[in-house]
Design a binder for this molecule. Structure first.
Ligand code: PHE
Length: 460
């Protein structure tokens, strides 16, 4: 077994929950969830998403943390170590590899969008939203997207912020950052929800999010819901596995996972309700306006509020914190791998990997302007293709392999060894769901969601 360096352990109680929640709560909850709900029909989509979280997300998250804590190394080495210990094929380290790849792709475009939140925070603090309406806000956003230099500036800054935290190491950097970021994030969220309640179309928003219309159910929407369940819980790529590897052996995995999943879902639903409350209160804006939803509609709402400058700045600060605590978790597995496997200095590893992901991100920057019409996959531009490959293909596939590995390759005793502090009943349900329901559901959705796309390519 190869272990070059002493692997870190979270120094304080509660750090794992904070870090895992920080990883989970991010642009996925505040920016992506509301717009994909808008694009995929509202209530029916929310229902499919909740089913995916319960049946697939929670059991796979338990499996992923367990693997990390048992392997006590970066995801690729963890999978190799455990497989050697069990005497099974080295093939399974592919889970770690695919994770590193998915992380790269996600980090590349995630920092681009996270960069937008820096620009909007700056605008908010300068009172830049005052007097906006739907049209002027749209124009402002389009003008911003048309300027690659500005997008690259903010993307670079966000990448630098991410690299900076990780360069200080797991305890001094990551853990310290998370311990002040997360409480601040939650305070901001609660303050903002109060504002949304008092100034938006709250009831219309609730109706949109929770009224179920069977015609809106489709395999395509199910694939998006499944991909998002993985994305929002940071599953299938080793981020949670890496955090699990820093978890003390005395903590209970099952309870922790349920807390993290509930917090994550709660934040997504609260953000969704708040954002649609503003959308429905703003004339000329549709709930299905795509990735621009948060950047077009919310500034209008803030620009017309009495204390909009403060509320707007607080909102974008909250999104920055959420995104920042996620990007550090996306970069961490690759950094841990390079430092542990090749003995590279942590700072060198952070800069090197950050720079490579940054370069790939330039493609996403350009897909909002010069390359807007360049199609890479199934009519999707560069940004959408990166998102599709990582979120809708690699993450579910990674999760599927983890479920098979823990459910079928490991024996019951091996799989349950790390769950000493969890109840027998919970473990029974967990094992059944992980062996049968989760893999079948992931496969069904992957096949039905991706197959039609493949056939359209071949029939062209
Ligand atoms: N969960 C994060 C979000 O919702 C994104 C993420 C994906 C983080 C994969 C880590 C790994 O924004």
């Amino acid at each position: 077994m190869k272990r070059l360096k002493q692997h870190a352990i979270w120094g304080q109680r509660g750090s794992f929950i904070l870090a895992a929640t920080g990883s989970a709560v991010g642009l996925g909850n505040i920016w992506k969830f509301p717009y994909i709900t808008g694009e995929n029909g509202g209530g029916a989509f929310v229902l499919m998403y909740l089913v995916c979280i319960a049946l697939i997300g929670i059991p796979i998250m338990m499996a992923e943390i367990m693997l990390g804590r048992r392997g006590r190394a970066n995801p690729a080495t963890t999978m190799l170590n455990i497989s050697q210990e069990l005497g099974v094929s080295r093939f399974w380290s592919v889970i770690g590899w695919m994770g590193v790849l998915a992380g790269f792709l996600i980090l590349s475009y995630y920092t681009v969008i996270a960069g937008w939140t820096l620009e909007y925070f700056e605008r908010a603090t300068h009172g830049g939203f005052r007097g906006l309406n739907g049209d002027t806000s749209n124009a402002l956003f389009s003008e911003f997207l048309a300027d690659p230099a500005r997008l690259i500036f903010w993307q670079s800054l966000f990448m630098a912020m991410t690299v900076l935290v990780l360069a200080f190491g797991v305890n001094k950097g990551l853990e310290t950052a998370i311990r002040w970021m997360m409480p601040l994030l939650f305070v901001l969220l609660i303050v903002l929800l109060g504002y949304a309640y008092s100034s938006g179309e709250f009831a219309t928003s609730l109706r949109f999010m929770f009224s179920f219309n069977p015609e809106d159910l489709s395999w395509e929407a199910a694939l998006v819901a499944l991909g998002h369940a993985f994305f929002t819980l940071s599953l299938g790529m080793g981020a949670i596995m890496a955090y699990g590897s820093y978890m003390p052996s005395t903590a209970s995995i099952g309870k922790t996972v349920i807390v993290v999943a509930c917090l994550d879902t709660l934040v997504a639903l609260m953000a969704g309700v708040a954002i649609f409350a503003f959308v429905f209160a703003t004339p000329g804006i549709s709930p299905s306006s795509g990735p621009g939803l948060m950047f077009v509609t919310l500034p209008v709402a803030f620009g017309n509020m009495a204390v909009g400058t403060i509320v707007g700045a607080a909102f974008f600060l909250m999104v920055i914190l959420a995104a920042w605590s996620s990007t550090i978790s996306i970069l961490e597995p690759a950094v841990a791998y390079v430092t542990e496997r090749f003995g590279l200095h942590r700072i060198t590893a952070c800069v090197f990997i950050g720079a490579t992901a940054w370069a790939l991100g330039l493609g996403s920057v350009l897909s909002f302007n010069h390359w807007a019409d360049v199609q890479i996959l199934w009519g999707k531009n560069f940004f959408d293709s990166m998102d599709f490959i990582s979120t809708n293909m690699l993450l579910p596939l990674g999760g599927f392999l983890m479920a098979i590995y823990v459910g079928w390759v490991m024996t019951r005793e091996q799989a349950e060894h790390e769950f000493r502090h969890d109840s027998v009943g919970l473990l029974k349900v967990w094992r059944f769901v992980l062996r049968y329901l989760s893999p079948i559901a992931v496969l069904a959705v992957l096949i039905n969601g991706i197959f039609p796309l493949l056939t359209t390519v071949f029939s062209e």
